[in-house]
Write a new protein. Structure first.
Length: 296
């Protein structure tokens, strides 16, 4: 019995096409690796610098030291200017969490009013609110500082948190409004037939369906509040109330000498809460987007 052999060798035309695609594919992968190396270089440099002595960091071309040290990390337990490092982290966490709570409450309520309630001047007020996005932060800085100084709120966290509870972040209001407007109107109509008012509709229907927008707002608010430098620098005067961003500034003394090793080490440690917060909530963000906020 004879068996017909099956030729699995690619046809000549296929081999030619493969040869023509190979240089382009190779160039694309090499280019991607080069871009990745450029992007990751600062990260690798910072990680390597945290294991160097301060005098070896500036001007050194080596990414990692030949004799790595951990003194930059262990010295963080001694604090800065007799202030524990944990104090800066607790202050930053207080501001970040307080900002997230304020943004979610105030912006969601304001967005519900613009998206679901019809009232006179709604479109005009919404347009004016969006227009505030065009105002630079520095334009409002001096009037706000004078206002809070006259109210005797300087050197407190109130100026940094008050605006978050008054829906002054127009971007997050706009984000939530656009999300709420895409929700089916039949849900609101069915809830009203069941006797639900605006409070019940907002709490039981709109908020659960707006979870992707809420989590997105929470992530960006936490990151912005944690990394904020200008606000704490202007309104906080006592080192015991400083945040992590101001604590990093204290590594530079009055004579201009800087402890670069300790600064870099604390910078890496300061990234951990932000990374942990993002990793903890990204799953809910992805799940919400995959279902478009609706389940049926």
């Amino acid at each position: 019995m004879s068996a017909q052999a099956t030729d699995i060798t690619p046809a000549p035309s296929s081999k030619g096409a493969l040869r023509r695609r190979l240089p382009g594919s190779l160039a694309w992968h090499l280019g991607s690796l080069a871009i990745l190396a450029v992007i990751l270089y600062p990260v690798v440099w910072v990680v390597g610098g945290s294991f160097k002595k301060s005098e070896d960091i500036v001007g050194s071309l080596d990414l990692f030291p030949a004799d790595p040290i951990v003194d930059n990390y262990t010295s963080l337990t001694d604090g800065i200017a007799d202030i524990s490092i944990s104090t800066f982290f607790v202050n930053s966490l207080l501001l970040a969490v307080g900002s997230v709570v304020g943004i979610l409450i105030s912006c969601s309520l304001t967005a519900y009013a613009f998206a679901k309630i019809r009232f006179a001047g709604r479109n005009l007020l919404f347009t004016l609110m969006i227009g505030t996005l065009l105002l630079p932060y520095h334009v409002l800085l001096i009037p706000q500082y004078v206002l809070f100084r006259n109210m005797d709120m300087i050197n407190t966290y109130t100026p940094l948190l008050l605006g978050k509870y008054l829906a002054t972040e127009a971007f997050f209001v706009f984000l939530m409004v656009q999300f709420m407007r895409n929700l089916p109107k039949e849900l609101d109509e069915a809830a009203r037939l069941d006797g639900c008012g605006h409070v019940r509709i907002y709490w039981s229907i709109v908020l659960p369906l707006c979870r992707p927008a809420l989590i997105t707002s929470a992530i960006f608010t936490f990151i912005n509040a944690w990394n904020d430098f200008m606000g704490p620098l202007i309104y906080l005067n006592e080192p015991g109330k400083y945040t992590v961003s101001l604590g990093l500034k204290m590594f530079v003394d009055q004579e201009g000498l800087a402890n670069y090793g300790g600064m870099i080490a604390m910078s890496l440690v300061a990234l951990l809460p932000v990374l942990a917060f993002f990793l903890a909530f990204q799953r809910y963000l992805i799940d919400g987007m995959a279902t478009s906020g609706l389940k049926g």
